[in-house]
Design a protein around this ligand. Structure first.
Ligand code: ZN
Length: 175
């Protein structure tokens, strides 16, 4: 696998439904390691495989809270959500763009970990938000899709400018 690179809006891979992972093998572990690297290089707290151009159901998360480990979530699905809370989000694939997004306050997620084992995670606060944001990426959904209409309108020009500046690059890549 060649070195992975961060993909930015409006790359089409960010709008695709990601495929479920069938085998947790060395290749997948290597991909997750590279995703962590890219996430840390860009000071992110989470990254989804489509953000490095791979349409697979894999997320890496590290919200940098002392009591929380790093997570590799493979084929994640939310089995329970509770409460609702609004907070500001950004995205490594939408540089310089921020906005308030409503998310469930707490989620219970079932997933396969990097050892190929099924796990259940109960998350709240920033971890719950990061998981929901990254899981959206697996369904081709971006946080700008979830902004209130007023905020979205305010950001419209910025989002369009980003689309135009990245356009040449994505076309060169043949995407
Ligand atoms: Zn994102």
């Amino acid at each position: 696998m060649s070195k992975l690179q961060l993909v930015t809006y409006p790359a089409s891979v960010l709008r695709k439904q990601a495929s479920a992972v069938e085998n947790v093998d060395g290749e997948l572990i290597k991909m997750a390691d590279e995703m962590f690297e890219i996430m840390y290089e860009n000071a992110g707290i989470g990254l989804a495989a489509p953000q490095v151009g791979l349409s697979n159901q894999v997320l890496v998360i590290d919200v940098r809270q002392d009591d929380l480990p790093t997570y590799v979530l493979i084929n994640p699905r939310v089995i329970k959500r509770e409460g609702e809370v609004e907070a500001e989000e950004g995205c490594l694939s939408l540089p310089e763009i921020f906005g308030e997004v409503k998310r469930a306050e707490r989620v219970q997620v079932r997933y396969v970990d990097q050892n190929g084992e099924e796990q259940t995670l109960e998350a709240e606060g920033l971890l719950a938000r990061a998981i929901q944001h990254e899981m959206d990426h697996l369904n081709g959904v971006l946080f700008i899709d979830r902004l209130g209409e007023t905020r979205r309108r305010l950001l419209d020009q910025q989002i369009r400018a980003l689309a135009e500046s990245s356009d040449g690059k994505t076309r060169e890549d043949g995407r």
